[in-house]
Write a protein of this length. Structure first.
Length: 761
């Protein structure tokens, strides 16, 4: 017995030593932690150790419960670096409620876009036991799931933010993972508020018609709708956090945003802000995402928005982020322009000084800004807009273009056409800038100007100034403080968009691709000989070039041997492809494309074209694999037969030898893979025309960009046009249109008609 007793005593003694060792080790660990963290009691991990004793209770499912050390470490390790020794409050902490299925998509997109620009921080709140390999600062709320409605998650999120960050931020925001935040506008808005007051801001809601009477709201009660986001001050947050348990035990509806509003109304004595402007600041539109994905962002509707909801597609979120970044970039450019204007005024002021002082100040000025080029640009960029310049007629200033729903210009063959995209973008930017100026301090004034519609406008672009506008439009004046008013006002505005400073971009040289020229041929042997002579001249300048001829022998009785004789002087790579049957340009080009691999650069030409080696440079530069297709606008010669019939005393411009064929889509350069991706040419179209328009339409419908510009070195030599009446009605009409356009210039035709008295009385 003594032996067993002694053995038991030794075992007990060892156990006591182990316990004492654990206690001493824990104490030493805590001492090291106190040494490493000067503000230990402000550290999140320290607060976490006392979290259960201060708020969490065992066997209470109405509050968060953390049971293991692993839960603590996993839940809060990713955010402990938010601990700050700075005693000043940051502006904003946003809590984004998300779910496991959206952590790597919506949540990650938010963190990679507007989340990085916040004047504060963002946290993502999920259900318990969530794990992710991303760098997201997320909190997995214990005993909270992702079920809907997220009442428990919402209240626990507010509780968490108050316990750990209530003394570190001025404002707190509850957001969904499908909301976009315009950070710059939100920052300016919050800085105008007093965070020490009880504040509860969002888009005011009272419930829809179907829910009327089911939300247990009095006639004067409201709530802030959760979708577009809810903002509260730290004082309001403390009221929610201290009454979470009561509010969760007394729910009167299934909507978490309604219950948050009810809790604040009961314990903080505040309601969601009754304000007309909140529906614009917290913007909710269920169809907005579709517009964003189609690059049709309604800038007028989003002009002053703080948040935009719902944006569920990550690509739409990124597009919207890029859009507002471009707006911010434009605003910064405008600030730079205004500084240049001030610098220019200073330079002009030196003109009254004597030469020595003027030269000295000019030298000091250039030294101050460090770059002489900026001083030179200040004269042009810093040009101050003046109404006198708007109406100055000079040789260099073009005439004005008039626009309403359509654009009217004297320079186009079609004087009435759709408004060009660059004008639409410039107009929208001007309207946005004008409305921003008019709505300056609108919150303090209690007024708001909304753009309504355009009456008319004039536009022109000058090399020395920029794009000039004369705008006449209707806007709505809204007064929402005191007696409410809505009055339509007509506004007449003169606007100038000045050019930005010159920028030099370094372009890396890419490998010089081989340009594979493809030409369909049916007859016209003399024209083909001229084409080959021109082709050989170009080849001597640029040998990264091949020639493929698609021959229709049944149409013209031409043989391969005849074509080979004509092409024998060309020493480069050449192909001759025979196609049986009636002539079909679409069939010829489609069959020839099969000779090349997917990465080949194809340049489809006609035999009546002349070109230089400069065209090949533009083909390589403007055609981008899997991104862009190049459609050059060629210069087409007139027949010029009427000029010979006009008497010499009439003034005819001898330079009017042709026109830019802006309606022609037959000449195109494209990588073979991109041609295949849209289905290639339609081989069912016979004869002249339509195959090019058909392909162009399919490129428009694809994700490929179409680059279209005038090419001065690509010339269409005039030839007689014969329109076969056996063509389809559309093809025949297009053929006649080209034939009549190629007759002569408008000035020549009108002069001929006047001379010969062909006008009807």
């Amino acid at each position: 017995m003594k032996k067993n007793y002694g053995k038991s005593f030794r075992t007990l003694k060892q156990a006591i030593h182990i316990v004492i060792g654990i206690i001493i080790g824990s104490w030493i660990t805590c001492q090291f932690r106190l040494i490493n963290y000067e503000n230990f009691k402000k550290d999140i991990l320290y607060q976490l150790c006392s979290y259960r004793s201060s708020w969490l209770y065992d066997n209470d499912n109405d509050v968060i419960h953390v049971s293991t050390k692993n839960d603590l470490a996993h839940t809060f390790h990713s955010i402990h670096n938010m601990t700050s020794t700075n005693h000043q409050r940051k502006l904003l902490l946003i809590g984004v409620m998300t779910a496991k299925s959206f952590l790597d998509t919506r949540a990650q997109t938010i963190y990679d876009t507007w989340g990085r620009d916040l004047p504060g921080d963002v946290l993502f709140f999920t259900s318990s036991n969530q794990k992710t390999n991303s760098n997201l600062p997320f909190v997995a709320l214990p005993q909270v799931d992702d079920s809907y409605p997220p009442q428990k998650k919402s209240f626990f999120m507010f509780k968490f933010m108050n316990d750990y960050f209530g003394d570190r931020y001025k404002f707190f925001m509850r957001a969904d993972d499908d909301v976009f935040v315009n950070v710059e506008r939100l920052k300016n808005f919050l800085e105008s508020l007093n965070s020490s007051e009880s504040i509860y801001i969002g888009q005011t809601g009272v419930g829809n018609k179907e829910e009327f009477g089911q939300l247990n709201l009095d006639s004067h009660d409201n709530f802030c709708m959760g979708g577009p986001g809810v903002i509260i001050s730290f004082k309001s947050l403390a009221k929610i956090a201290s009454n979470v348990k009561y509010c969760l035990q007394n729910l009167y509806s299934t909507h978490e945003d309604v219950e948050i509003g009810r809790c604040l109304r009961q314990f903080a004595g505040i309601s969601c802000t009754w304000s007309y402007d909140m529906q614009n600041l917290f913007h909710h539109n269920s169809s907005i995402q579709t517009s964003i994905l189609n690059d049709m962002i309604p800038s007028k509707d989003l002009l002053n928005a703080l948040t935009i909801h719902p944006i569920k597609n990550p690509n739409a979120m990124k597009n919207l982020y890029r859009y507002f970044k471009s707006i911010d970039h434009q605003n910064l450019n405008f600030q730079i322009t205004k500084l240049f204007r001030r610098l220019n005024i200073l330079l002009i002021a030196t003109t009254n000084l004597n030469y020595d002082w003027k030269d000295l100040l000019s030298m000091k000025f250039k030294t101050l800004i460090n770059i002489k080029r900026l001083a030179n640009e200040a004269e042009n960029i810093g040009f101050y807009p003046s109404l006198k310049v708007l109406f100055t007629k000079t040789l260099t200033n073009p005439t004005w273009k008039f626009f309403t729903q359509k654009l009217y210009t004297e320079k186009s063959l079609n004087p009435k056409k759709n408004i060009e995209k660059d004008i639409v973008q410039a107009f929208n930017q001007n309207i946005e800038q004008i409305m921003n100026t008019l709505n300056h301090n609108s919150f303090k004034k209690g007024t708001l100007f909304d753009y309504h519609s355009l009456h008319y406008g004039y536009v022109r672009s000058t090399q020395s100034i920029g794009t000039q506008f004369v705008l006449d439009f209707l806007m709505m004046y809204r007064k929402y403080q005191g007696k409410r008013l809505t009055i339509p006002i007509r506004k007449h505005v003169y606007a100038v968009q000045t050019f930005s400073p010159t920028r030099l971009l370094h372009l890396e040289d890419k490998p010089v691709d081989i340009v594979n020229v493809i030409v369909p041929l049916a007859g016209r042997i003399l024209t083909f000989k001229r084409f080959v002579r021109n082709f050989i001249q170009v080849y001597r300048q640029d040998d990264r070039l091949t020639l493929t001829v698609v021959l229709f022998p049944n149409h013209s009785n031409q043989t391969v041997s005849e074509i080979e004789i004509i092409m024998k002087e060309f020493s480069g790579t050449k192909n001759i492809l025979q196609v049986d049957g009636k002539f079909s340009r679409g069939t010829a080009l489609q069959q020839s494309s099969l000779l090349f691999n997917n990465s080949s650069l194809l340049f489809f030409l006609d035999v009546d074209m002349l070109f230089t080696e400069q065209v090949l440079h533009r083909v390589r530069r403007n055609t981008i694999f899997k991104q862009q297709v190049y459609y050059p606008i060629v210069f087409s010669q007139y027949q010029n037969s009427l000029k010979k019939l006009i008497t010499k005393n009439e003034s005819i411009d001898d330079q009017e030898f042709g026109y830019w064929r802006q309606f022609g889509y037959g000449i195109v350069s494209v990588y073979n893979q991109d041609l295949i991706s849209v289905g290639g040419y339609d081989t069912n179209i016979n004869g002249w025309g339509m195959e090019d328009v058909n392909l162009y339409d399919r490129f428009i419908a694809s994700n490929l960009t179409i680059f279209r510009s005038a090419d001065p070195d690509l010339i269409h030599i005039y030839h007689a046009i014969h329109c076969d009446n056996k063509l389809s009605s559309i093809q025949y009409e297009m053929c006649l249109g080209t034939k009549f356009f190629s007759l002569d210039s408008i000035n020549t035709i009108s002069t001929f008609i006047q001379q010969n008295h062909l006008l009807l009385d």
